[in-house]
Each structure stands twice: as C-alpha cells, then as structure tokens.
Design a protein around this ligand. Structure first.
Ligand SMILES: [Zn+2]
Length: 68
C-alpha cells in the first residue's frame, strides 16, 4: 500500500525525470483513493505551468535573478 509521502514525492519527481512503470503504478493506484494527493497533483501541475511561462519570458521580471 503506497503512502501519501511516497506518492507526493513521486509526483514531484515526475516533473524532473521519467518515472518507471512501477512508480506510475504506485501513483495510479493511490490517486483514486486519496483526494489529498489529487489536490497535490493539481497544485504542482499549476506550478509547472507557471515555471514554463517564466522560462518563456511571459511572466513578471522576477526570473532574472534565477537565470544568473
Ligand atoms: Zn495520498
């Protein structure tokens, strides 16, 4: 039985690296049972969109520092 800590960690990792089929299975079997992790996934999806906008130069100028 996957726990929330593991699942949220995998959801976060999925933004940075490909997950293994086993890791996806862990997520997919857990999300239908857990509204908390579904909400978490929504939130990081929004964050990812925001990050993409910053990279593309469409967000407010605060990104300059991070770009080095
Ligand atoms: Zn959960």
């Amino acid at each position: 039985m996957a726990n929330c800590k593991k699942v949220t960690r995998l959801l976060s990792d999925a933004l940075d690296r490909p997950l293994t089929p086993g890791e996806w299975l862990t997520i997919r079997t857990h999300l239908p049972m857990c509204s908390g992790c579904r909400n978490y996934r929504k939130q990081i999806a929004l964050l990812r969109e925001a990050t993409k906008l910053i990279r593309d130069g469409e967000a407010p100028a605060a990104a300059d520092e991070a770009a080095g």
